[in-house]
Design a protein. Structure first.
Length: 133
């Protein structure tokens, strides 16, 4: 079995709930559902800004796992309001225009914090490092 590399965001919920911001196993990196909250607890009310914040957090987790947004193969976007699809999708397109991962976007009844309009999770596959001859 491959070794697990756990990436933490420092959230107090990680220990309580028992999860990691991201997890790398072999060449796969899975990033947990990521909310648009800033370290000071603030949340921008704009759905596009929220999506950008999610990708900032996700990008940091991927980097720590030895991956990048260019390695992403799957995204899942959770929206509270279908009317936010256009601004959130525009940001997704800016981030992944050339990568074009598989994507699912769903509208849900609510997210954990009523200020959150979007939550994003994803998966990446990292090319293995070249082996020495």
């Amino acid at each position: 079995m491959s070794q697990r590399q756990r990436i933490s965001s420092g959230s107090p919920y990680e220990q309580t709930v028992g999860y990691s911001r991201a997890l790398r196993v072999g060449d796969r990196v899975m990033v947990s559902g990521t909310a648009p909250q800033r370290p000071d607890g603030n949340v921008d009310p704009d759905p596009g800004a929220q999506a950008r914040r999610c990708f900032e957090i996700i990008g940091g987790a991927l980097e720590e796992a030895g991956a990048s947004l260019a390695d992403v193969v799957r995204t899942r976007v959770f929206l509270v309001d279908a009317a936010d699809f256009d601004p959130v999708s525009a940001v997704h397109g800016q981030v992944f225009g050339d990568v074009r991962p598989a994507n699912t976007t769903v509208v849900v009844a609510a997210l954990l914090d009523p200020r959150w309009k979007v939550e994003i999770e994803l998966e990446a596959i990292v090319a293995p490092a070249p082996q020495a001859p």
